[in-house]
Write a protein of this length. Structure first.
Length: 69
């Protein structure tokens, strides 16, 4: 389900002319990171102590979007 939702959001973004997608994910959330990587995202940075309770870093992930033909 998550893959379908993400694929749809990225498709809509391309249709509206977006050049890239950016998101943040808990550094410990390996399954979400794997999902995002399957859809072309790569880690671009880290935000220290971004999340609270518990304190945890966020990974910033970016995907460059190809324009729709």
């Amino acid at each position: 389900m998550g893959s379908l939702l993400l694929r749809t959001a990225l498709l809509k973004s391309r249709l509206y002319g977006a050049a890239r997608a950016v998101l943040e994910v808990w550094a410990s959330n390996q399954s979400a990171q794997a999902l995002y990587r399957r859809h072309g995202f790569a880690v671009a940075g880290r935000r220290k102590n971004y999340y609270k309770n518990p304190n945890e870093d966020a990974l910033v992930m970016v995907a460059e979007l190809e324009p729709e033909a």
